[in-house]
Design a protein around this ligand. Structure first.
Ligand code: PGA
Length: 257
């Protein structure tokens, strides 16, 4: 982390878990365990139908709500889709884009992800843009090349003032939900590489200001070391964000110099 230049963000990704009726008890338990001094922004990304409940319950302890996906289109005949203006209208502040599960199970490609990033930015929602390599790509030494491509494609046509409203999440696919975390060194290396890619496009100052998160089996035990890395500005947390105590421990791990 480097709090002098950028915000620290701890975002939970609930995926297709939990029920709206479970949000209130979750938030009550979270509140009990949260530190008095806040050293990060807190976000919980829920299924779209649960966002109103999350927005209501999150107010008290300043947890922002985020979506997990958005339509690339503004409005119209797209059955089942949720638009950026609909997310903004109910008060969502963030939205995950390009998660590897969407890339893998829903065939999302980099062009689509770029269109979604722009749709969100157009409505004032901060995209949390996910990138990350597969195990095969890592073993073939293609990690940085592939991740650099994903970052460039997602940000294509995004100007420097819009970049300030973007968050990047580096999530190696082999570490998601597997209990296999990237080492702090591996995660730092790629996050640093992502910042260098952004520097190449936008220059030093915007690159220094962009928050880059790590995601992939981050938990209460490994969070401190990961967050101690200079280019890791927070986490995108799946499994451990479903448990209020574990999630609060990760939040506490942002309290370091
Ligand atoms: P995980 O998920 O923390 O359960 O590995 C992270 C994510 O998919 O965002």
């Amino acid at each position: 982390m480097n709090r002098k230049y950028r915000k620290t963000v701890i975002a939970g990704n609930w995926k297709m878990n939990m029920l709206a009726s479970e949000i209130k008890p979750f938030m009550e338990q979270l509140k009990e365990n949260l530190p008095k001094v806040r050293t990060c922004e807190m976000v919980l990304c829920t299924p779209a139908v649960m966002l109103p409940a999350m927005i209501k319950a999150g107010k008290d302890c300043k947890v922002a709500a985020g979506g997990q996906d958005v339509s690339r289109y503004e409005k119209g005949a797209y059955t089942g889709e949720v638009s950026a203006s609909q997310l903004a209208d109910i008060g969502a502040k963030y939205c995950i884009v390009g998660h590897s599960e969407r890339r893998q199970y829903h065939g999302e490609d980099d062009m689509l992800i770029n269109a979604k990033v722009k749709a969100l930015l157009g409505k004032g929602i901060m995209p949390i843009i996910c990138v990350g390599e597969s195990l095969e790509q890592r073993e073939m030494n293609l990690t940085m090349e592939y991740v650099a491509y994903q970052v460039k494609a997602a940000l294509s046509g995004v100007d420097a003032s819009q970049l300030r409203r973007c968050i990047i999440a580096y999530e190696p696919i082999w570490a998601i939900g597997t209990g296999k975390t990237a080492t702090a060194g591996q995660a730092q290396e790629v996050c640093q590489g992502i910042r260098a890619v952004i520097r190449g496009i936008y220059g030093a100052r915007p690159a220094r200001a962009v928050s880059i998160l790590y995601g992939g089996s981050m938990n209460a035990r490994n969070a401190y070391e990961l967050l101690a890395q200079p280019d890791i500005d927070g986490g995108l947390i799946g499994g451990a964000s479903l448990k209020p105590v574990d999630f609060s421990e990760i939040i506490k791990a942002t309290n370091q110099e």
